[in-house]
Design a protein around this ligand. Sequence first.
Ligand code: SAM
Length: 240
Amino acid sequence: MSTNTLAAARTAASHRMHRRLWDRRAGSWDEHGAAGLEPVIEAVLRHANAGHGTVAVDLGCGTGQLSLPLARRGASVTAVDLSPQMIARLMAKARQAGLEGIAGVVSPAQCVDLPPQSCDLVVSNYTLHHLRDHDKQAVVRMAHGWLRPGGRLVVGDMMFGRGMSRRDRSIIASKVAVFLRRGPAGWWRIVKGVVRFSLRLGERPVSAERWRQYFEAAGFTDVTVVPVVAEAAVVVGTKA
Ligand SMILES: C[S@@+](CC[C@H](N)C(=O)[O-])C[C@H]1O[C@@H](n2cnc3c(N)ncnc32)[C@H](O)[C@@H]1O
């Protein structure tokens, strides 16, 4: 088997594994996952500044934490997620709310193919830290290609590095403290977290400064980092 074929097989296997993992979480995401992310969701929506007629793309849409409010504001949204169950729940919620402007697409964000200059806004919340660093950069470059001049990319996510800065160390320490207080279940989360974070299995956050570099390298201008809560920030860039 050639190196390329092997790499493609490994990527496909990783997508299948993550799809299964997120499918399992779809049923409880609204109650147990998205609930803590409200300040970041609000910050992304504020900086997205969408209105009637905005053509938007939401990468890693989950059950619609960004897509639904964007559609309520009159945007038409391509909602992308690797998990069919997440998309199914989002579309059920959209139907229930009578929102017609959402098209669900089951796909890894890094494989989305959209026409150049076809949208005004690309958003993503708490998804892109799951991607490998070269895929994060590729997605930022792709978003730049999809956007029309004046369009925006708004990414909200956990943003910290691997302990090289004081801010990184204080974020990591405060996360450990939260889990320590939860007793054995929390201690188990710490062990899992240390393994996943050090080996970069599934959780691969990078610092906000690194995100700024990705945006600028892709050609975005007016790149702004907005700190939201301890671990999370929003990065906004405009296509000139
Ligand atoms: C932490 S949840 C965030 C969901 C939603 N954006 C929110 O703010 O609540 C991450 C979402 O990204 C999706 N996801 C994970 N890896 C992905 C990838 N490579 N491409 C697209 N979606 C992905 C998961 O299925 C899940 O719905």
